[in-house]
Design a protein around this ligand. Structure first.
Ligand code: GN1
Ligand code: MG
Length: 369
């Protein structure tokens, strides 16, 4: 749909303190919010790669605070990785500062850019290709939470307030439905009914959070399988990436959200709903991986909702896609007509399947506790 001209990445790169001379840049077409590119530099006969990202400042309203969070988190991760004898250049993101020593660059046109070192010998997967990756990625998210439990200092900034406040997401959906600005509501009645029939689910985790039963922790909040880099050689999760939404939250947001993609039989935007489903065997691998890292620090108020959280976060994401469809596609990038509606439908199909398999999902969680 959207055809943006390629930004002048050689000029953007020049603002950063990177090695060598710029050779080329190309887009990395993943993510619904920011724009990501890979740039190659030549340095003393070697090739060095970097990742450039334009931060979507309409979504992340305060890029300065967002980068402050990422600086703190990666600095702390580096210390921990070094103390454990690991390699911080591969196991956490490395921010490349600007020539003025800042963590991001603001262009005269008002766009925000940052740069990371490229991690070699590892890659991300948009679809499940190997069961072991599901286990590894989920374990990496568990370990990430465990590590960040020790983050010293003040509470992190909320880069998007109420990001996983499912009840407020539901409220935003009702508002979009009422105003129906793109005149699309009449054609999506089954999807609307699917959501309104599940209103009571939307309060469950947020109420536990506000009563203090469910502890607030530092969480990732965007735990798609493709936000963990998997080592090409070992198949282990080497590095958790996409740290924009690392902020105070519940582990239920992280575990639940990881199931949307990690236990899906098809892509998030698959049009043939016959192919879309929730697979218990994949859920088993997610639960096993996650709990191998997190079992020791979770409290009962969390573990008893782990299986439910999968259903809830998938519903939430579907609500967000449907809301954006009703609003005329103003938030998530789309690449075809009806893209957000297709995405909402896959999420709802998964929710329906999870609802039917709730008892089995709870049994899987119990098995690994
Ligand atoms: C967005 O851009 P990406 O793919 O990292 C969204 C997530 C959604 C996801 C759905 C800041 O993430 O919350 O779960 O799309 N990120 C933001 O695929 O809204
Ligand atoms: Mg993200």
């Amino acid at each position: 749909m959207e055809k943006k001209p390629l930004p002048e990445l050689d000029r953007i790169c020049a603002a950063f303190d990177c090695e060598g001379t710029w050779i080329s840049s190309c887009p990395i077409p993943s993510g619904h919010i920011n724009d990501t590119y890979c740039s190659e530099f030549g340095a003393a006969g070697r090739r060095v790669k970097y990742v450039n990202q334009r931060i979507n400042h309409l979504v992340f309203r305060e890029p300065e605070l967002l980068m402050e969070n990422i600086e703190r988190v990666t600095r702390f991760a580096r210390e921990r990785i070094l103390a454990a004898g690991g390699d911080p250049a591969r196991e956490t993101l490395t921010i490349v500062p600007t020539r003025d020593g800042e963590s991001f660059h603001r262009t005269p046109g008002g766009t925000y850019w940052r740069m990371f070192r490229y991690i070699d010998g590892a890659r991300t997967y948009d679809r499940v290709e190997d069961l072991r990756h599901v286990y590894s990625a989920s374990k990496a998210f568990g370990n990430f939470q465990k590590m960040l439990a020790g983050l010293p200092g003040e509470r992190l900034h909320e880069t998007i307030p109420d990001f996983h406040h499912t009840r407020k997401r539901y409220g935003a959906f009702l508002a979009a439905l009422e105003f129906d600005p793109a005149n699309r509501a009449a054609a999506v009645k089954p999807e609307i009914d699917f959501v309104t029939a599940r209103e009571k689910d939307t309060g469950k985790v947020v109420e536990g959070m506000s009563s203090g039963r469910i502890p607030e922790r530092v969480t990732h909040n965007d735990t798609k399988l493709n936000n963990v880099m998997i080592d090409d050689r070992t198949g282990e999760g080497v590095c958790v990436i996409d740290l924009d939404t690392v902020m105070p939250g519940s582990i239920l947001y992280d575990f639940g959200d990881s199931v949307r993609l990690g236990a899906a039989t098809a892509a998030e935007d698959e049009r043939d709903l016959g192919k879309v489903g929730f697979e218990l065997g994949l859920f088993d691998r997610l639960a096993a991986g996650y709990l191998s890292a997190a079992r020791d620090f979770l409290v009962p108020a969390e573990t008893e909702l782990l299986a439910f959280s999968a259903r809830l976060l998938t519903l939430e994401c579907g609500i967000r896609f449907l809301t954006d469809y009703l609003k005329g596609d103003v938030y998530f990038k789309i690449h075809r007509e009806g893209h957000n509606l297709d995405r909402a439908r896959t999420q709802f199909k998964m929710v329906a399947e999870m609802e039917r398999q709730m008892a089995a999902m709870d049994a899987v969680v119990d098995k690994y506790l």
